[in-house]
Design a binder for this molecule. Structure first.
Ligand SMILES: CC(C)(COP(=O)(O)OP(=O)(O)OC[C@H]1O[C@@H](n2cnc3c(N)ncnc32)[C@H](O)[C@@H]1OP(=O)(O)O)[C@@H](O)C(=O)NCCC(=O)NCCS
Length: 181
């Protein structure tokens, strides 16, 4: 799916939300390398991000062309700030009401309401597409994300103990959350 450009103002800053262009693959790769190094709450370590520019292009293309997926980029005063996305489960009809989501911003753009704005737009698009259940995984200890998700209506529905083992030998659970309409 494609999201046509939308403009908002937040904290006196101009926000643009839109789908990605294929020529932004390198920008998305660089972003992933940076954000995974900025927090322990994303899916891997920065040195494990090893996509080729072609794979990144495929990622953009698949989200733009699929009817059950959407990738939304956010720009703050013209600068790329991060993205969020959803993907429908591509299993059986029994699972076709379920969408999974993810979001990550550069640290410098966190904490001023952008995440909430992006997720409101994403959830609106998911609902419009006919999904009745949205699912996500969040690492235990990611208080900002948990607070945001709960305030949007997500409820904790399970936990995988010690799902993440870090290089320093510590562990963190994964919390599973679900939003149902
Ligand atoms: C998680 C993330 C998407 C949230 O977006 P954000 O723009 O930073 O969040 P918002 O500014 O919209 O704030 C969300 C809520 O968290 C609260 N919050 C902000 N900083 C907080 C902190 N350090 N601890 C706890 N709550 C915090 C805000 O007050 C707000 O709640 P409120 O509206 O009830 O006051 C963003 O911080 C991010 O990308 N972080 C890094 C990657 C990540 O963790 N991704 C999520 C993986 S599941």
């Amino acid at each position: 799916m494609l999201l046509a450009e939308q403009r908002y103002t937040l904290d006196d800053r101009e926000i643009i939300l839109r789908s990605a262009r294929l020529d932004e693959a390198q920008m998305l790769y660089d972003y992933l390398k940076t954000v995974t190094g900025e927090t322990r709450f994303l899916m891997c370590e920065a040195d494990e991000v090893n996509y080729t520019p072609l794979q990144e292009e495929e990622f953009i293309k698949s989200h733009n062309e699929a009817e059950d997926a959407l990738l939304i980029l956010a720009f703050v005063d013209g600068e790329y700030a991060g993205n969020c996305s959803f993907e429908g489960r591509d299993g059986s009809r029994r699972e076709s009401h379920r969408a999974g989501i993810g979001i990550a911003l550069f640290q410098k753009y966190t904490g001023f309401g952008l995440g909430r704005m992006m997720l409101n737009v994403l959830l609106r698009e998911i609902k419009k597409s006919g999904f009745s259940q949205v699912e996500l995984t969040v690492v235990d200890g990611n208080e900002r994300a948990c607070r945001l998700y709960k305030s949007l209506g997500f409820k904790e529905c399970g936990r995988i103990p010690n799902a993440n083992r870090y290089d320093d030998g510590t562990y963190a659970d994964d919390i599973l959350m679900v939003l149902q309409w």
